[in-house]
Design a protein around this ligand. Structure first.
Ligand code: ATP
Ligand code: NCN
Length: 203
C-alpha cells in the first residue's frame, strides 16, 4: 500500500459538504492512504481572518470527521497561530515524514492565485498539487505554474487532478445563509449545523 499523504488546508469556516466530497474523492483517486486536514489560523490571502474562532472551526471539523477512517486533523497551523503559510506546513510534514510523498489538495480558485503564495517553487519541490475543479469557475489553468516548476513536475500535477461533480457551495455562502436565517441543512453535516446554531455562529 502507498503511504503518501493528501494535505488539505483551508479556513473551514465552516466545513461543508463540498470539502468533504473533495477529501473523499482525493482518498479514492490519489495514491494516498490519508487525507490530513489542516485548518489555517489566518489564510495569507484572507488577511481579515476567519469569522469563527480557531477552536470553533476545529470543533466543527472534529464533528464532521470523527470516526471517519482515512481522515486525520492536523492542528499545526492553529498551534502556530498567526498567518498560515503552506510552505511552512509542508516543510514540517517533510521533517515528520521524510519518506512519504505529499499531495497538496486545492480548489481551482486556489490554483488561480498560486503565483501570490509564499515560495511557490519550494511548495512544488515539497509536494504535488492535486487540483479540484470548482463549480462556477473556469477549468484549472496550470500555465500559472510554469514559472515555478519544470514541465515534468507540471505534468505530475495535471495527472493528480481530482475529478468529481462540481459543487457550487462555499463557506461564504453558508455564512450569508445563516445571517439571513436561511437553511444550511444538508449543506453541512447535521452535527455541524447543530453546533453553528448552538454557538450562534455567523449571526
Ligand atoms: N465547492 C468547492 N469546490 C471545489 N473546491 C472547493 C470548494 N469549496 C472549497 N474548495 C477548496 O477547498 C479549499 C479550502 O476552502 P475554504 O476553507 O477556503 O472554503 P471556501 O468555501 O472556499 O471558503 P470561503 O467561501 O470562505 O472563501 C480551497 O482550496 C478551496 O479552493
Ligand atoms: O502559503 C500561502 O502563501 C497561501 C496563500 C493562499 C492560500 N494558502 C492556503 O490555501 C488553503 C486555502 O486557502 P483559502 O484562502 O481558500 O482558505 C489554506 O490552507 C491556506 O493557508 C496558502
Amino acid at each position: 500500500m502507498s503511504n503518501a499523504i493528501g494535505v488539505y488546508g483551508g479556513s473551514f469556516d465552516p466545513v461543508h459538504v463540498g470539502h468533504l466530497w473533495i477529501a473523499e474523492a482525493a482518498l479514492e483517486q490519489l495514491p494516498i492512504d490519508e487525507v490530513r486536514w489542516v485548518p489555517a489560523a489566518t489564510s495569507p490571502l484572507k488577511q481579515s481572518g476567519p469569522v469563527a474562532s480557531n477552536s470553533q472551526r476545529l470543533a466543527m471539523l472534529q464533528l464532521a470527521l470523527s470516526g471517519q477512517g482515512g481522515h486525520v486533523i492536523d492542528t499545526q497551523e492553529l498551534d502556530r497561530d498567526g498567518v498560515s503559510y503552506t510552505v511552512m506546513t509542508l516543510e514540517h510534514l517533510r521533517e515528520l515524514f521524510p519518506q512519504r510523498r505529499l499531495f497538496l489538495i486545492i480548489g481551482s480558485d486556489s490554483l488561480a492565485s498560486f503565483d501570490r503564495w509564499k515560495d511557490p517553487d519550494r511548495i512544488l519541490q515539497l509536494g504535488t498539487l492535486a487540483v479540484v475543479a470548482r463549480g462556477g469557475m473556469p477549468p484549472p489553468d496550470y500555465s500559472i505554474l510554469k514559472d515555478f516548476a519544470s514541465p515534468k513536475k507540471i505534468d505530475e500535477c495535471v495527472a493528480a487532478e481530482i475529478s468529481m461533480p462540481q459543487i457550487e457551495i462555499s463557506s461564504r455562502d453558508l455564512r450569508a445563509r445563516v445571517l439571513n436565517s436561511r437553511s444550511i441543512r444538508f449543506r453541512v453535516p447535521h452535527a455541524v449545523e447543530a453546533y453553528i446554531h448552538q454557538e450562534t455562529l455567523y449571526r
